[in-house]
Write a protein that binds this ligand. Structure first.
Ligand SMILES: *Cc1c(COP(=O)(O)O)cnc(C)c1O
Length: 402
């Protein structure tokens, strides 16, 4: 009889393929694994950790609130709900079209679902679209989350295949083409839902006239422009919202990831009061949305962004970093590099391995990053990273590519 050694099976559902590292500790831009090795975190929880690990202002806000009141449900009010909404509206309101309202949720996908529901209801109640006929235009290569409705309009086969039947009411058009949107718009169209920069797709920046063109087209046809800023927003691009880079004001903005400061999930839809105002009591909600702990951390996050210092830093440090990334392209180590603020999508040059292999080589050199598609990796260092640490990480990237 032969005994076959079988590795102990994990009870964890296999819906992720993580890099082989087990983290136990984090502070600022650095994390430590279970063997005491240190790594620079250039993924930042897909931009949920824009302020780094355990930012003292954020952990202090969380600790204080944990010892006071953590959950009420929206059945009752609590003392931080209105202040959180007001401060977030003051930060984001000037960047959206029209007087703002705030609707707090938890995860990014929930914020996107909320925006979709608000747009549909606005379409029926205000625009006068016939019942159950509303359409929303979305872009090829999009990433808006993982719910059944959201994967219904994903163009990534892994994300979509096997999860039907799909939610109707979405039309996918090529990203970057205003003409394609113009051709797809009809009297049933209530919204265009887009990422101003496609993060998951590898930090894909659209042509310079795209977002202004989308804005004009939406205004012309009384269609809502919904910008999904869950990954691109809150300082990542050197501006509070990526939409600002083109001077464009969306009707609705979805925020998430960094809004929770890397402490807990906090998301929100911020946008036109006449649109979010259609969601009356009983039509939408969430047990945890806007909870006291989330509001305490969210308020502290808004406080970190109000001065504009982090955004300005992302711009200036980003330019310095971008020059070094461009040099890697010139040296033939990268096929191309796209960078906005402290956000970069890098395509590994042919013959230098896959994105996954590069991430494994980075891991061995004390840098955490994650591939997105094939030969592409996305880097998003904490906005608080020191200049020295960013250069150190870039030295290690250079070494890993050689
Ligand atoms: C991450 C992300 C989401 C989904 O957020 P979750 O919190 O994972 O649900 C939606 N849109 C964009 C652009 C994202 O990057």
């Amino acid at each position: 009889m032969t005994l076959v050694e079988v590795a102990p099976a994990s009870v964890l559902a296999p819906n992720y393929h993580p890099l082989p590292v087990t983290l136990v500790d984090g502070l600022g831009s650095w994390v430590t694994d279970d063997a005491g090795r240190h790594y620079l975190d250039l993924l930042s929880g897909y931009s949920a950790l824009n302020f780094g690990h355990r930012h003292p202002v954020l952990t202090a806000a969380a600790h204080a609130q944990i010892d006071k009141l953590t959950l009420t449900s929206r059945a009752f009010d609590h003392e931080l709900l209105e202040p959180f909404a007001a401060r977030l509206a003051a930060l984001i309101g000037p960047l959206v079209a029209g007087p703002p309202m705030v609707l707090p949720m938890n995860t990014g996908a929930e914020a996107v679902e909320t925006a979709i529901k608000a747009a549909r209801k606005w379409g029926y109640d205000v625009k006068g679209v016939p019942a159950d006929r509303a359409t929303i235009l979305v872009a090829d290569g999009n990433f808006h989350g993982r719910t059944t409705t959201i994967v219904s309009f994903s163009t990534d086969p892994d994300a979509r295949r096997g999860f039907g039947p799909y939610t109707p009411g979405f039309r996918v058009v090529p990203y970057g083409s205003v003409e394609a949107l113009r051709d797809a718009i009809d009297e049933t169209t209530v919204a265009v839902l887009l990422e101003p920069i496609q993060g998951e797709q590898g930090v894909v920046v659209p042509p310079v006239d795209y977002l202004p063109g989308v804005r004009a087209l939406c205004s012309e046809h009384d269609v809502l422009f919904i910008a999904d800023e869950i990954q691109s927003g809150l300082g990542r691009t050197g501006t509070t919202l990526a939409s600002e880079l083109w001077g464009v004001k969306p009707d609705l903005v979805t925020l998430g990831k960094a809004l929770g400061g890397g402490v807990l999930p906090v998301s929100a839809v911020v946008g036109r009061a006449d649109v979010l105002g259609v969601l009356t009591a009983g039509t939408h909600g969430s047990t945890f949305g806007g909870n006291p702990l989330a509001c305490a951390v969210g308020l502290a996050v808004v406080g970190l962004l109000e001065t504009g210092e982090l955004q300005a830093r992302a711009t200036t440090l980003g330019i310095e970093w971008g020059a070094r990334l461009d040099a890697l392209v010139d040296a033939g180590l990268l096929a191309s590099s796209r960078r906005v603020g402290l956000w970069a999508g890098l395509d590994v040059a042919e013959g230098r391995g896959t994105g996954r292999q590069l991430c494994e080589r980075l891991l061995a050199r004390g840098v955490l990053a994650k591939d997105t598609h094939g030969s592409t990796i996305r880097l998003a260092p904490p906005l608080t990273i020191s200049t020295e640490d960013l250069h150190l990480a870039t030295d290690r990237l250079t070494d890993a590519l050689r």
